[in-house]
Design a protein around this ligand. Structure first.
Ligand SMILES: [Zn+2]
Length: 407
């Protein structure tokens, strides 16, 4: 039996058995078979796991109401916002209005921050994002429908809406969305390429990158996801300090290289790939600043570049980053960096707990101590770095003793 069925309600010919509701009219799918669920699991460790989920009953209720008003909807469409990642909003109305229906879960700071950061990327691609709460769907559906219709009206009469989201929606083969090169090779290619770029700004060009990377097999040229990852890595390798202010990252230089990288993506794949690279940076910029605070470097770099040791310095770096990246529509906000830092402290706390558990088991001779070696970086971090992070306690209202108590 074919996996694709036809929806009796709206005639949608691409009704999949893995979908609980029709994606075009939100009616129940009589062919739904939950054992048929598709989940994507990118093989690379640096890419998020993407699992398709079913919409909530609130999103379904709104989607049905919109459909019965004759408004064109797509339930949980795939929207590729970087060269390697897509996201599935609750509802896409027409071509450019994303409507999200949020439960209480979205009030958590970490989730809220991620929502906001992704929204920024989507807006840069020309989408408008509008969020409603579950209660609004239940208690005031008419108000929500009116609101959406008035937004659509405004859209129609506003001719200078910036980027057309169609750019992003272009049909790009799935094979280009999955890197064709392993993460280790991406690292190796980037390091090799970078060694030929030192001091040669003019080599950051489509033609040179094409020439250099074509010598390898498999070559990442022709695969936009692999190229996005290589550019990320190259940029990380090229972070440097300002020559006059040694404790400060030279974001001006960094943003110039970023501009060149956009040119490379555009030259290889066209304008949509350029926007996708900007989006990828918008998504990771906050995390990038967090890594400067905790580790003094982006995760891919081997050596510490700068060490942000006080509040003044973090504020300085954030505002300098914003100044240099504003023109690309890329932002970092202090409040979001804070949330990201608290998340990192949580992560470290959990790793510490795990280490202590293993420590105890070793004392009881249940396992050998080879296991502990993977926590080596943590020991060093605690000994060398933690003592510098006093200022974090004030900034984040975080009790640092939580991290050392159990040593
Ligand atoms: Zn349908």
């Amino acid at each position: 039996m074919s996996d694709q069925q036809i929806c009796q309600t709206c005639g949608n010919e691409q009704l999949l058995r893995s979908q609980k509701y029709c994606r075009k009219c939100a009616s129940d799918n009589p062919y739904y078979d939950p054992s048929n669920l598709i989940s994507y699991n990118h093989d690379s460790q640096n890419q998020p796991r993407i699992k398709r989920s079913e919409p909530t009953k609130y999103a379904v209720q709104l989607a049905r109401a919109l459909h019965s008003e004759g408004i064109k909807i797509q339930l949980e469409p795939e929207i590729w916002y970087t060269s390697c990642n897509f996201y599935t909003p609750d509802i896409l109305v027409n071509k450019d209005l994303i409507v999200e229906v949020d439960g209480p879960y979205h009030e958590e700071p970490q989730i809220k921050k991620n929502d906001r950061i992704r929204q920024r990327a989507l807006e840069n691609s020309g989408y408008l994002v509008y969020r409603f709460k579950n209660e609004e769907i239940v208690n005031s559906l008419d108000y929500v429908l009116d609101k959406i219709e008035s937004i659509l009206n405004e859209f129609e009469h506003n001719s200078d809406r910036k980027t057309a989201p169609q750019l992003i929606e272009m049909e790009i083969p799935e094979t280009q969305r999955m890197s064709n090169v392993s993460e280790n090779l991406i690292k190796a290619y980037s390091i090799a390429l970078n060694s030929t770029l030192v001091g040669k700004m003019e080599k950051w060009s489509t033609s040179y990158f094409k020439e250099f990377l074509s010598q390898y097999s498999p070559t990442p040229i022709g695969n936009r996801c692999a190229m996005e990852r290589i550019l990320f890595m190259l940029l990380g390798l090229n972070l440097r300090l300002k020559s006059d202010l040694q404790s400060t990252i030279d974001f001006e230089h960094y943003s110039m290289l970023f501009d060149k990288s956009l040119g490379v993506m555009k030259g290889l794949f066209g304008e949509a790939a350029e926007i996708e690279l900007k989006n990828a940076y918008n998504i990771t910029a906050t995390n990038f600043v967090k890594n400067l605070i905790f580790y003094g470097k982006p995760l891919i770099a081997r050596i510490r570049i700068v060490w942000i040791k006080d509040y003044e310095s973090i504020v300085f770096h954030i505002s300098d980053f914003k100044r240099q990246f504003y023109r690309f529509g890329i932002f970092v906000e202090e409040s979001e960096v804070k949330v990201e830092c608290l998340g990192e402290l949580d992560r470290i706390e959990n790793i510490l707990k795990e280490r202590n558990k293993i420590n105890q088991q070793i004392n009881q001779n249940q396992i050998n101590d080879g296991e502990l070696r993977r926590f080596g970086w943590l020991e060093r971090w605690i000994q060398e770095d933690l003592k510098w992070l006093h200022w974090l306690e004030d900034w984040l209202h975080y009790d640092k003793s939580l991290l050392v108590l159990n040593q």
